[in-house]
Design a binder for this molecule. Structure first.
Ligand code: NDP
Length: 334
């Protein structure tokens, strides 16, 4: 049972060498009296930015020497739980290894629709999709004609926020870290405008150029300097959905936000959220999104890495923007 294991706690930027691949053992049998345990074959694993936060020593961090945990798609090989049976496909929290014993009281959803790629349940139809849906529709209450800005816009979450904003009749601009990503946003994903934040010496000026009348909704994925420039450009009664701050995850000292008082003057609502608090909305989300996918009205870009041994590189690549779209790791296709 091949596993991706954290060697030791990480400080600063994570490196491939912070993890290694080991040959672990798994008993391919359920323990006795295991009514809550499933034996899983992992098929697709999700590389997610929050995983870096769990590599820092702390109460809920990863355990060095043990496989990473994270979201993934798997097939049930054996089940001690009445709701799951052999052969079921599921997505939820699993481990970075070929086979896992998974407790059914963790986040776990049975996959009912298999007419779409199974890897979608690590992205558009899984945790990142729900994040875009909850953070945009539930927290920001978008109205037709409003002006929306999304950072890390070509990523797993951002590419959907932009498309949802268009479905809601908004004007949407995204920022991303390369020319190829900016082209994707403008030419394939339907963003009205996009810019490469790495090539803008003055983010405030870039935002003024794209939003001469200001921003109504900001979907925050990166934090730091971007958030500071956005605060200057928000409109009265704007909303900021604080989804993530990836630019801060590897810093030992967070970068200061100096424009925070704009929240008061402009009566901005800025709200943080954790997607797992809203998993009760998953059926409503599927009902909304599946028809759009089937009709080709919403698309999803994936960056597929093959094999557990390429997992550390794929995960570390998120923090330098190496991924082009949702970073998926294939463990097995069947
Ligand atoms: P992505 O697929 O967008 O991958 C991460 C991207 O972040 C990279 O491709 C890179 O794109 C960008 N990035 C990396 N470092 C920096 C930096 N220093 N400054 C600016 N951009 C950077 O990830 P996700 O879509 O999965 O996640 C996006 C955000 O949402 C993250 O902050 C994540 O933590 C958060 N999140 C929060 C959840 C919640 O429940 N609140 C749930 C899921 C995600 P580029 O080339 O454009 O720089």
């Amino acid at each position: 049972n091949k596993q991706v294991v954290l060697k030791d706690y990480v400080s600063g930027f994570p490196k491939e060498s912070d993890m290694h691949i080991i040959e672990g053992t798994v008993t391919l049998k359920l323990p006795e009296a295991s009514s809550e345990v499933l034996l899983f074959k992992n098929l697709y694993l999700s590389c997610d930015p929050y995983m870096r936060i769990l590599m820092t020593e702390g109460a809920s961090s990863y355990t060095p020497g043990s496989p990473l945990t994270g979201y993934g798609v798997g097939r049930v090989l054996e089940s001690g739980h009445l709701d799951y049976k052999k052969g079921d496909l599921v997505w939820g929290i699993t481990k970075w290894e070929e086979y896992s014993l998974v407790s059914s009281d963790q986040t776990l959803f049975k996959i009912q629709h298999t007419d779409v790629p199974l890897s979608y349940y690590t992205g558009i139809l899984g945790m990142p999709g729900m994040t875009a849906y909850v953070g945009f529709f539930e927290l920001c209450s978008p109205k037709k004609g409003e002006k929306v800005f999304v950072s890390a816009a070509s990523g797993a979450v951002g590419q959907l926020v932009g498309q949802f904003a268009k479905l809601a009749g908004c004007y949407v601009v995204g920022s991303a870290g390369s020319k190829e990503k900016v082209d994707l946003l403008k030419n394939k994903l339907g963003f009205d405008e996009a810019f490469n934040y790495k090539e803008e010496s003055d983010l405030n000026a870039a935002l003024k150029r794209c939003f001469p009348e200001g921003i109504d909704i900001y979907f925050e994925n990166v934090g730091g300097k971007t958030l500071d420039a956005v605060l200057l450009n928000m409109r009265l009664h704007g909303r900021i959905s604080v989804c993530g701050m990836i630019s801060q995850y590897n810093l030992t000292q967070p970068e200061g936000v100096t424009n925070l008082a704009n929240m008061i003057f402009k009566r901005i609502r800025m709200q943080g959220f954790i997607v797992s608090d809203s998993y009760n909305l998953y059926p409503k989300f599927l009902e909304f999104l599946l028809p759009h996918i089937r009709e080709g009205k919403v698309m999803y870009v994936e960056d597929i890495a093959e094999g557990l041994e390429n997992g550390p590189a794929a995960l570390v690549g998120l923090y330098s923007g190496r991924n082009f779209g949702k970073q998926v790791l294939v463990v097995s296709r069947e």
